[in-house]
Design a protein around this ligand. Structure first.
Ligand SMILES: Cc1ncc(COP(=O)(O)O)c(C=O)c1O
Length: 380
């Protein structure tokens, strides 16, 4: 690790979108101005161009550009005709959207606890939760690493359930050599600005090889239209803006090199911190895109306060698991129901991470974390 003078103070960004924009400015500006020239703001040709590029990258036939990662999940569930009374398995330790869309359709999210190493849904706990009302499973590829998809698929096939990968944090990651979002049956991702592939507003995409599901989603995202003003389904306005597609086309050209940088930065943090805190565990058959670099310590809150006071912003993904959120009170869950999710939510904290964070900045973060934890009691 390069030495760093602790006397210096730094002020870091949690995710540095400005540095990224400045690096690709001419390409991004050119792509945007092409849209402005054509004035094809809704479903312009760049949407289809992006869909083709990203579907190829994910290794599937269909990519359907949509208005957000949340709508990608919603539309996928709508395409499977999920309805009131249906049950969908998902982890409680995730961003709210994963379960929110299930509830929006009147179906019931049935939570399954996570495993303590990867923080993803624990497939060995799933079968106990399956009833005759269970229709599907939404595993989340949290922090940029795919869940144990083969085991999840095995359970799904046995019980005739669909699998929708919530890949909102993992676009570009691989599982046994295959890309996240290109795994069965459907993958969804988010282009929220801070995601590994982010746009300059909201956006998302659904990926699948299933022609029937793909055609339904293409229609559902556009008010259920098959042809103009001919509505086959009750749908939504869930289209991806052409300007966002243009930004993504420019940024996608750099995704692979950014992923390598993310991996290197992740490994660098791990090397500097692994004897002090619980660092991310990446399965041998996985690669992570480190949408977040999250560590665990039983002194999380004090560590966060300290880092913030030293100019190091932190974030907690996520402080309250979904089964303890007021919005899900109606499910009747209580504290203690999902002990691993509860434990991790008390200990987890994310450090500044982006492909553009410098070694000096990482050294500063590492020194601050180490300095704080050395000076206090606890077990990392
Ligand atoms: C795991 C997960 N699911 C769903 C979403 C929702 O994506 P969006 O913010 O694009 O609606 C996000 C991102 O915020 C996420 O991290």
């Amino acid at each position: 690790m390069a030495s760093f003078n602790l006397g210096n103070r730094m002020k870091l960004n949690f995710i540095d979108l400005k540095r990224q924009y400045l690096q690709y400015k001419s390409e991004i500006d050119r792509e945007i101005s092409e849209v402005l020239d054509t004035t094809q703001f809704i479903m312009g040709s760049k949407v289809a161009e992006l869909e083709r590029m990203l579907a190829d990258y994910a290794g599937v036939h269909y990519g359907i550009g949509v208005s957000s990662g949340t709508d990608a999940l919603l539309l996928a569930l709508m395409a499977y005709e999920v309805k009131p009374g249906d049950e969908i398995l998902c982890p409680p330790f995730t961003f709210v959207a994963t379960a929110e869309v299930v509830s929006l359709l009147g179906a019931r999210p049935v939570f399954v606890d996570i495993d303590e190493k990867m923080y993803n849904i624990n497939p060995s706990l799933m079968e106990d939760k399956i009833t005759r009302r269970t229709k599907g499973i939404i595993p989340v590829s949290l922090y940029g690493q795919v869940a144990d998809m083969d085991q999840i698929r095995g359970v799904a096939q046995k019980h005739d359930l669909f699998v929708i990968e919530d890949g909102c944090q993992s676009f570009g990651a691989t599982y046994k050599g295959k890309r996240s979002c290109g795994l069965p049956d459907v993958g969804t991702t988010s282009f929220f600005p801070s995601k590994p592939l982010g746009c300059y507003g909201d956006g998302g995409m659904v990926f699948t090889d299933d022609e029937v599901i793909a055609k339904r989603i293409q229609s559902l995202r556009n008010h259920g239209q098959e042809r103009r003003y001919q509505h086959k389904y009750i749908g939504i306005n869930g289209r991806l803006d052409t300007i966002q597609a243009a930004v993504l086309i420019a940024k996608f050209r750099h995704l692979e090199e950014e992923i390598k940088l993310r991996e290197n930065k992740g490994a660098y943090y791990t090397e500097g911190l692994k004897d002090m805190v619980v660092t991310p565990y990446i399965e041998g058959h996985n690669t992570s895109v480190y949408a977040q670099y999250s560590i665990r310590t039983d002194r999380r809150d004090d560590l966060s306060d300290y880092l913030n006071s030293k100019g190091v912003p932190t974030a907690i993904h996520y402080p309250v698991p979904l089964h303890l959120q007021e919005a899900f009170d109606y499910l009747g869950c209580k504290e203690g129901d999902f002990p691993i999710s509860e434990k991790v939510s008390k200990e987890i904290v994310s450090l500044p991470m982006s492909p553009f964070i410098t070694q000096d900045e990482q050294d500063y973060v590492i020194e601050m974390v180490r300095g704080f934890l050395k000076g206090t009691k606890g077990n990392g």
